[in-house]
Write a protein that binds this ligand. Structure first.
Ligand code: 8Y4
Length: 280
């Protein structure tokens, strides 16, 4: 089982590997297993620290995919990648059967956008020895963007993630990563507040993943269709890293890796002794 290599002051980059024919971005670009393998190797060469492979499009408004179809999309890619990557792979699924098959085929981490609310998903992580990425979502993908309501979005997301992390830890899951689920049952103000107050999510004590890449709130603020949102994506990733994100989940690995090299170097320079240029 490959592990993520966290280092103090270094923001990790998770590259998105879509194997859905209908993905909102990069859709249908990598239809076959062979093309997905080539893309995975490219993302690793571009500096990805983790790859997230998903066969069920979870964009707002999308319908769910049958287990057999999800298997057909994901498992051959994992099998073809076995032994060819140095970095770990997470599998984006909320189906326990698929999660178990994926870990057998070489996945190291289970990324569940429903936050392991299903006991069978907790059991899949515990039994397989895989890590877990726990994401917060209000509602379900088909309807979640209708009119999301919170009293305090950060407090509610934090309470959910802390409770799920405790349940996973109790079941014996070791490597737990928390994710506020940007865009999943949240309006623009909710998304911005979650990035701005990410330190409160980080204070639970687990590493935090942030997924802002090409999302709708970036288009709403800066304009552009999904393929034209790189500048806004980088701005949100830099802000997220400054506020405690340990991993950013992105489509554009090369560009975001370079942005993190600069952002991380600046943050680390600000932390070096002597503080503020004065002697103690
Ligand atoms: C708006 C536009 C809203 C696109 C959602 C999307 C995340 C994730 C996705 C995330 C984790 C996407 C599978 C792709 N987003 N997993 N998955 N965190 N852990 N959807 O933010 O960008 S779906």
């Amino acid at each position: 089982m490959k592990k993520l290599r966290f280092q103090p002051g270094r923001t990790l980059v998770c590259g998105i590997l879509n194997v859905t024919p209908d993905s909102f971005s990069d859709g249908g670009k990598w239809p076959s297993a062979q093309a997905a393998v080539a893309r995975a190797l490219e993302l690793e060469a571009q500096g990805a620290d983790l790859l997230d492979i998903g066969g069920e499009s979870s964009r707002p408004g999308s319908a769910s995919v049958a287990l057999e179809e999800e298997k057909r999309r994901v498992i051959p890619v994992l099998e073809a990648l076995a032994g060819r990557l140095k970095i770990p792979i997470s599998v984006d699924t909320c189906k326990p059967e698929l999660a178990l098959l994926a870990v057998k085929a070489g996945a190291d981490i289970i990324n569940d956008i429903t936050g392991f609310i299903s006991p069978a998903m907790i059991e899949a992580a515990a039994a397989s020895g895989a890590g877990a990425i726990v994401m917060h979502m209000q509602g379900e993908p088909r309807t979640m963007q209708a009119a999301p309501v919170y009293r305090d979005v950060v407090a509610e997301v934090k309470a959910f993630l802390a409770e799920r992390a405790a349940a996973l830890a109790k079941a014996g899951v070791k490597d737990i990563i928390l994710d506020p689920g940007i865009g999943f049952g949240k309006n623009i103000a909710h998304n911005l507040e979650l990035v701005a107050r990410l330190a409160e999510i980080r204070s639970i004590g687990c590493p935090v993943m942030l997924g802002v890449s090409r999302k709708k709130f970036i288009g709403a603020l800066a304009g552009g269709e999904t393929g034209e949102r790189l500048s806004g994506t980088i701005a949100a990733c830099v802000a997220g890293a400054a506020n405690g994100a340990d991993i950013i989940r992105v489509h554009d690995v090369l560009e975001c890796r370079k942005a993190m090299l600069v952002a991380d170097a600046i943050r680390s320079a600000g932390k070096k002794w002597p503080f503020d240029g004065h002697s103690p």
